[in-house]
Design a protein around this ligand. Structure first.
Ligand code: HEC
Ligand code: HEC
Length: 509
């Protein structure tokens, strides 16, 4: 009896908490304190921070919620809204509040947010769509899903490889440019990345966005329940974990190779090279940036041999921007400039893992900038070498004596640019020694997003590390053997082995 008492009390307390109606008046105080600066005191999405955000904070007076689990045009459930409030929306300014607000406060603020629109009085949310028919994952199901992806024309918006390169210009219901999600990066899905979350999105769509609902049986483009599960599994199979930036991973490791470094980036040696992804943030120091970037990360691989070092810099970009390309220009929300990327190195990196000075160096600490740009349509890409000593002091230098070159290509939603340079370079170039951390920062210009000059994205300082050549490692082996011999250790370990052998022998009896 006593053993049962405590759980019963807990259960009762939980039941009471669940039954207690959320209090929108209490929610108002929570809202004014935490939410109004983005969503506006009147709930109209016009808080003081709103002009700086893309996508804009939701205007609650319209009653349009993007991530819901209820049928058709029915309003979202309290759980749907509560989930977005608790978890936040990855890839947008909407934070998750579960560490700041307790469950009661979150329920109260949801109740208050609902008071901004009368849709909640007009219609009941009804039950969430059923997830009971979820089939087990299998390669066959994924294959069916791949066919469904084409049949349902997902590729027209999300691209053939799921990277989000659309064939038509898309806008949301508020007139802002809408970029289809990159399906290879499920950790950016706003509504969750589990197969059942993806299925929910495909079934009910994303209200206010061009992403259609495929579960409305009456519509011509509707998919059967089985097809929706299959394509949800296919989407889940597209995840590319190498693309996931982690704050802890800040070293690009260059592997040694005795032979030539292949120019072909699909060569096996490039595919095998360890990849690391770095987040790009908008450059806001020199010129004001009022929008979030479309390209928000780069993935780096590196190789070196006795003569050269080569960096493969990749980034997913829905639009390859080369001025003169009419098709791409039509997709860009504004004027289109060319896509570009740069890698920056301090010429004389300090010893040890200290971070170098910020920005483009200063008078005493110059940096080398390797720059690649996509060029005009049909003209091919171009590259350049700059020396910089602080913002605005840019001197172009002939890249040939340094042995610097760069080339790039765009396939299926991804740019791949290879920079090469001789290990030693020319006077004024950073030398690439193995076994040492060399600071590097990357910058990116998404021409379709109006990025040009000081308007660009960049990584913080990260490191390039040339992993010592295996020849060096093997050179240590004879030394180690010599030391062991000198200390009589080899003899000792041989004795130990013999003793072990005897024991085994003994056990066998
Ligand atoms: C820093 C700005 C910011 C703050 C602070 C903020 N939000 Fe948001 N919120 C956003 C943005 C931006 C979006 C729209 C994201 C999108 O459309 O993808 C959003 C969307 C939402 C949505 C819509 C979810 C959906 O399914 O469409 C809800 C609900 C919401 N916020 C509630 C809140 C609540 C409650 C608070 C305070 C506890 C809050 N927000 C604080 C920026 C903010
Ligand atoms: C007409 C264009 C269009 C079509 C067709 C389309 N989508 Fe989308 N999809 C979008 C847009 C735009 C977004 C991003 C919405 C946003 O940012 O709020 C999106 C978002 C998504 C998301 C992310 C959901 C989340 O939680 O963030 C998934 C998954 C997805 N789509 C899958 C699909 C699948 C599978 C199909 C085909 C069955 C499909 N889409 C068809 C435009 C489209």
């Amino acid at each position: 009896m006593r053993r049962l008492a405590i759980p019963l009390v807990l259960l009762l307390a939980q039941a009471l908490a669940a039954a207690a109606p959320a209090d929108s008046e209490v929610g108002r105080a929570v809202y004014d304190r935490w939410c109004a600066r983005c969503h506006g005191a009147e709930g109209d999405g016009n808080g003081p921070a709103a002009p700086f955000l893309m996508p804009r904070p939701r205007d609650f007076t319209l009653g349009v919620y993007k991530y819901k689990s209820t049928e058709g045009t029915r309003p979202p459930s309290d759980q749907d809204i509560g989930r977005m409030v608790a978890e936040g929306m990855p890839g947008t300014a909407m934070p998750g509040w579960k560490d700041v607000l307790g469950e009661g406060d979150r329920q109260n603020v949801v109740a208050y947010v609902k008071t901004f629109s009368d849709i909640f009085e007009a219609e009941e949310p009804g039950p969430p769509i059923s997830l009971a028919g979820r089939p087990a994952d299998s390669p066959q199901l994924v294959a069916v899903g791949k066919d469904t992806y084409r049949k349902a024309k997902c590729h027209e918006c999300h691209g053939d490889a799921g990277k989000g390169n659309p064939s038509k210009k898309l806008k949301d219901d508020w007139g802002a440019p809408a970029w289809p999600r990159n399906l290879t990066r499920p950790w950016t899905f706003r509504g969750g990345s589990d197969v059942k979350d993806i299925y929910t999105r495909i079934t009910v769509g994303i209200p206010g966005m061009p992403m259609p609902a495929f579960g409305d049986a009456g519509k011509p483009d509707a998919l059967t329940e089985w097809e929706r599960w299959s394509v949800a599994h296919y989407v889940a199979s597209l995840a590319d974990p190498a693309r996931r930036p982690s704050p802890a991973a800040n070293v690009a490791k260059a592997s040694y190779r005795a032979e030539e470094i292949p120019a072909d980036v699909t060569a096996q040696v490039w595919l095998d090279a360890p990849a690391v992804s770095f987040r790009l943030a908008p450059q806001i120091i020199a010129a004001e940036r009022l929008f979030t970037p479309v390209v928000d990360q780069v993935t780096v691989r590196a190789l070196y041999n006795d003569r050269e070092v080569a960096l493969l810099v990749e980034w997913d970009d829905p639009t390859p921007s080369r001025p003169g390309d009419r098709v791409q220009a039509a997709l860009a929300p504004g004027e289109m400039f060319e896509d570009a990327v740069a890698a920056q190195f301090p010429v004389a990196p300090s010893e040890g893992p200290d971070k170098p000075y910020f920005g483009h160096g200063d008078a005493a600490n110059p940096v080398n900038v390797w720059y690649w740009r996509a060029g005009r349509a049909g003209a091919g890409s171009a590259y350049a070498l700059f020396d910089m000593r602080g913002m605005g002091s840019k001197v172009e230098r002939d890249p040939a004596p340094s042995g610097l070159s760069a080339s790039g290509e765009y396939t299926d939603g991804t740019w791949r640019v290879v920079f090469r340079r001789s290990r030693l370079g020319d006077t004024g170039d950073v030398p690439f020694e193995s076994g040492r951390l060399i600071p590097v920062a990357f910058a990116n210009w998404d021409g379709s997003n109006g990025e040009k000059g000081s308007k660009h994205t960049l990584t913080p300082w990260v490191w390039l590390w040339l992993e010592p050549a295996p020849s060096l490692k093997t050179a240590y082996v004879p030394t180690a053997v010599a030391l062991l011999l000198a200390g009589g250790l080899l003899g000792a370990s041989a004795r130990a082995r013999r003793a072990g052998g005897r024991r085994e022998h003994g056990e066998g009896k």
